[in-house]
Design a protein around this ligand. Structure first.
Ligand code: PRP
Ligand code: URA
Length: 209
């Protein structure tokens, strides 16, 4: 596996992932699990963030502490990345969130871009794309293409479940992009769904389909 691909071995991630996959998990619980796993993966994926020292006053004395010194942009791929982005804002409210709308054409499996909320300049140190599913990799590769054309310098991808095909496509197209995942599954089926996967991540979060 490429040194840029990280699959979490954390017991909490694996425990929650099993619940997420279950077809018995209803949308409300599914959304809660997406959020919780996203926070755990974000924690693991940001271990290299730069810190800046600062002085704070506790109720008893002044002391030295640290704050995150990097400007971070979170890029949720609509729709399914929304829940992950909201969860990340909850644990690090200083991030900026810029939405990208991409969907996979059901016939060709090619990504179609329909929304781009990036500001004109990438005034940012680190961009993190969030999307639960990395299937053929078409959507993730298209998202990184867009971010690089925009001028993003350091990009990470945070996903829940990947197919080997998607990991290969993303790491071959963009070897500089670190990929953080909860699992890499067996394969894609003939309709481009990850097996065993969890089904359609957007439909399961939003009760559609
Ligand atoms: C899903 C998923 C990814 C994409 C992955 O989105 O959230 O964006 O498919 O597939 P790929 O790796 O083969 O490109 P989908 O197109 O179903 O849109 P949705 O989130 O609006 O349901
Ligand atoms: N998108 C999903 O939501 N699930 C898959 O298995 C593949 C793409």
């Amino acid at each position: 596996m490429s040194p840029q691909v990280f699959v979490s071995r954390h017991p909490l991630v694996q425990h929650k992932l099993a619940l997420l996959r279950s077809k018995r998990t209803e949308p409300k619980k599914f959304r809660e699990l997406v959020r919780e796993i996203a926070q755990l993966l974000f924690y693991e994926a940001t271990q290299d963030l730069a810190l800046a020292p600062l002085t704070i006053e506790t109720p008893l004395a002044a002391c030295e502490g640290f704050e995150v010194a990097e400007r971070i942009g979170i890029i949720p791929i609509l729709r399914a990345g929304l829940g992950m982005a909201e969860a990340i804002v909850d644990i690090l409210p200083t991030v900026h969130v810029w939405h990208l709308g991409l969907y996979r054409d059901h016939e060709t499996l090619q990504p179609v871009t329909y929304y781009n909320k990036l500001p004109s300049k990438p005034d940012i140190d680190l961009t993190i794309i969030v999307d639960p599913m990395l299937a053929t990799g078409g959507s993730a590769v298209a998202a990184v293409d867009i971010l690089k054309r925009w001028g993003a310098q350091r990009i990470k991808f945070l996903g829940l479940i990947a197919a080997p095909e998607g990991v290969k496509a993303l790491s071959e197209s963009h070897p500089d992009v670190a990929i953080h995942l909860a699992a890499i599954d067996s394969h894609l089926n003939e309709r481009g769904y990850i097996v065993p996967g969890l089904g359609d991540a957007g439909d399961r979060q939003f009760g559609t389909g």
